[in-house]
Design a protein around this ligand. Sequence first.
Ligand code: NAD
Length: 472
Amino acid sequence: TASTTAGVTSGTREPAGGTASTAVARARRAFDSGVTKPRAWREAQLRALRTLLVDHEAEVAEALHADLGKSATEAWITETGFVVREIDHTLRHLKAWTTPRRVPVPLSLTPGRARVVREPLGVVLVIAPWNYPVQLCLAPMVGALAAGNAVVVKPSEVAPATSGLLARLVPQYLDRSAVQVLEGGVPETTALLAERFDHIFYTGNGTVGRIVLEAAARHLTPVTLELGGKSPAYVSDDADLEVTAQRLVWGKFTNAGQTCVAPDYVLASRRTLEALKPLLAQGIQAAFGDDPAQSGEYGRIVSARHFERLTAMVDHDRVVTGGRSDASSRYLEPTVVEVDDPDDPRQVIMSEEIFGPVLPLVEVDGLDAAVDFVNRREKPLALYVFTSSEKVRRRFVRDTSSGALAFNVPLAHLAVPGLPFGGVGASGTGAYHGEHSMDLFSHSKAVLSLPTRPDGTVLVRPPFTAVKELVV
Ligand code: NAD
């Protein structure tokens, strides 16, 4: 009966809420003890995480292969190695980033000293998605630890092999109190969100983003939302089309298109689209061979639900190249399709983020129309423009808004540690990577210190005699 089942469940497993509150309480106690604040502790955690990734590179690659069919090389470039590079960059600069910054004081406050002191926020919650399940759990964690916080990380249940591996390995290497990995799906995350955090860092879709914001509002907790959406790629008539096609293929079909900053669709003039079609087909063939199903370098769709969503998007009458699929292995061939009426709301392919290996080609009539097309839609996470013209570049910088704007290359802005990574508007709020993570996971505290003598405040307090004398 239902009651027996409930009894068995609660008797054999701790209820989700209990697990969440226990983990948060442990992290809170660790933070309150002050252990996370010294730079030495932060560095030790980052080094330990680096060792974990290097020691277990093969196991991490296996988990990513099990969840997403990622090749080991792609796993290193976009996940494990990515986090290692983020750690190395952070370790190199942590001393400078944690040193208080002097700022000048006005004349009336001399000889006072004003400083900006970065202090940790407290306990940070990281909720990660499944598409880069290592990078998107650990890169935010690097920033949170570097800034001296305790962290609770919730990997995505949709990538179960990776989630399980992180939950097993992290406690073996990192501080078991200050760093908690909690596995689970919606009930566990809901229980976590009822807890009080000092910052919530969420990566995923906008629908859940709204749930996170509402939960955070109850505690006035600040939130970073790393969301997605449709990232356009405009190919100008003056672009180097051969290289453009190769880079579009790379940007779109990495991780089988399940990349938040993948080019979602291509905008170009009719002439350029016609020239691109065979080049895209050649680019796919060059990257993955005649049958991408046999390529060890091409990923699989994460779940049956996403596989069905994606295959339903493909209009087989409009396929330029690709289109074959196999449900049992969740394989969807790199696919290019033409879209006739991008404003038709029944065309799900142009109204929703695709998040898979299907690349629509959309005709626009030149530069003005392309800028207008982008501006009539939600602000994208990334906007890509392929062009050799400075005039075109200037136009996009000035007249469009997006999380990132990259010319002639997709994805690569993530690899520049000095660049903030984040969205704007519907694609998210807040940004991280490198020193931007430090800013995000710290409070910049204003610290002013004024000696008592000489007392410059006589200038600004009643009876204002001193200041009146100065003015008269
Ligand atoms: P997902 O399904 O793994 O969900 C993300 C997280 O939200 C998971 O940890 C999940 O457990 C949790 N979650 C799901 N439903 C919930 C609920 N009702 N209440 C509380 N928590 C819940 O991943 P997803 O959302 O499918 O991820 C894909 C989206 O993420 C895409 O839109 C993509 O563009 C975006 N994305 C953005 C970035 C970025 O850095 N900006 C990176 C990767 C993915």
